[in-house]
Design a protein around this ligand. Structure first.
Ligand SMILES: C[S@@+](CC[C@H](N)C(=O)[O-])C[C@H]1O[C@@H](n2cnc3c(N)ncnc32)[C@H](O)[C@@H]1O
Length: 384
């Protein structure tokens, strides 16, 4: 029987495979059941992968140079990856609560989904060309400016508490009424749709990544508007590095396929620190890889770093979560569950007659607020 969370979930698709003989009649099926044999085969495959772990010295090098591997990734792909965001506002209406498109989750309007798809980002290369030294100089200046602002705030942090309060009123986005931070923003494939879709004049969007190349792609995007957005380089695992906004100032934090690329031992500290940045009633939205996703089962021997944690051929790493693991991370950080669901989808390549079992997890966790719910919290209570 579907769980309470599953029943409450209206946004995800509703094409169910009831007759196995019809599998190749559509491109994808939602909420597919896994048989016991399939689950056991996946478990066996994962056990086999973990028989041979990457040696520790190599593992250390992957950790130390992690941002460089992602730099290389973005030099190769620019924004050509992770682009399919048609689910963004249906799953996370909190990102654009006042906009009709933010209500797709409630009305499921196909037309609006199509509009979002069509308005998805154009090519960065029109604007950003790695060979154009003028553009690079400009980026360098903006990036340095943004980092100076953060360092200025960092020295302010050492001020007496009464001065600290003054500083709290003067940071990028300080006059905004609805603040969203996307961590591990990559090339901006979530940030720009938010800026396009959410026209609330009180909106301010922060985004950060530890890949300088990724942040440069965001800064160089034609729609980057410093009056509505602040992009900065930040390594989430460096807990002492300051953020440009004070604690308890954010309404929403977005983590899309990011936590999975962080060393599992460091994940709890990352979530703890992020939860400090949330206003009471603010929420963290996460979508990430689930245990036994096709991408996990495709890893070969020699790519496993630790249980359910792997390194890809390009040196970037990925973890595959269970719902309980994510619940533990968020609850330990003092957050309360609003949603924690698994999205099991069967994708079908009808031409090649191939079936692909995808597993993603989606979570919404809220900072307790007493009666004083934030806008994001109120929206979440209505829709989830
Ligand atoms: C799979 S990509 C997802 C990018 C983006 N969220 C998206 O969905 O398009 C993972 C991102 O996390 C970033 N990342 C990984 N570890 C990080 C860290 N320790 N601090 C900040 N960003 C990190 C990577 O640079 C990369 O951009």
């Amino acid at each position: 029987a579907p769980s309470r969370d599953e029943k409450k979930r209206k946004q995800f698709g509703n094409r169910f495979l009831t007759d196995a003989a019809r599998v190749f009649q559509h491109n994808a099926w939602d909420n597919v059941e896994w048989s016991e044999e399939q689950e056991a085969a996946a478990q066996a495959k994962v056990q086999e992968q973990s028989m041979q772990l990457v040696p520790q010295d190599q593992q250390d090098a992957y950790e130390i140079n992690a941002n460089m591997y992602w730099d290389d990734f973005y030099k190769t792909h620019e924004n050509g990856f992770f682009k399919d965001r048609h689910w963004l506002f249906t799953e996370f209406p909190e990102l654009a609560p006042n906009h009709p498109q933010g209500q797709i989750g409630l009305h499921n309007s196909k037309e609006t989904v199509k509009n979002i798809k069509n308005s998805s980002l154009g090519s960065y290369s029109d604007k950003f060309c790695a060979g154009d030294s003028k553009d690079l100089e400009h980026l360098d200046t903006v990036r340095k400016n943004n980092s100076n602002i953060i360092h200025q705030l960092q020295s302010d942090d050492k001020m007496a508490p009464q001065l600290q309060e003054e500083k709290d009123g003067d940071f990028p986005g300080s006059s905004a009424t609805y603040r969203i931070l996307e961590v591990g923003c990559g090339a901006g494939n979530t940030v720009f749709p938010i800026l396009q879709t959410n026209n609330d004049p009180g909106l301010f969007v922060y985004c950060c990544d530890f890949s300088t190349t990724a942040v440069d792609l965001v800064l160089a995007h034609p729609e980057y508007d410093a009056s509505r957005c602040f992009a900065f380089v930040h390594d989430l695992t460096k807990n002492q590095t300051p953020f440009p906004m004070p604690d308890e100032s954010l309404d929403v934090i977005v983590l899309i396929f990011v936590l999975s690329s962080i060393l599992p031992e460091k994940m709890q500290c990352v979530i703890n620190r992020l939860s400090q940045l949330l206003k009471p009633g603010g929420i963290i939205l996460l979508r990430d890889y689930g245990r036994f996703d096709l991408a996990q089962l495709r890893f070969k021997k020699g790519q496993c770093l630790a249980d359910n944690f792997y390194v890809k051929g390009d040196g970037t790493r990925v973890y595959f979560f269970t719902q309980d693991e994510l619940d533990f991370l968020f609850s330990t950080a003092g957050l309360e569950k609003i949603q924690n669901i698994v999205d099991r989808r069967l994708q079908v390549n009808r031409g090649k007659q191939i079936t692909m079992y995808r597993v993603w997890i989606q979570c919404k966790y809220q900072k307790p607020s007493g009666d004083n719910k934030s806008v994001a919290g109120r929206i979440s209570s209505i829709i989830n």
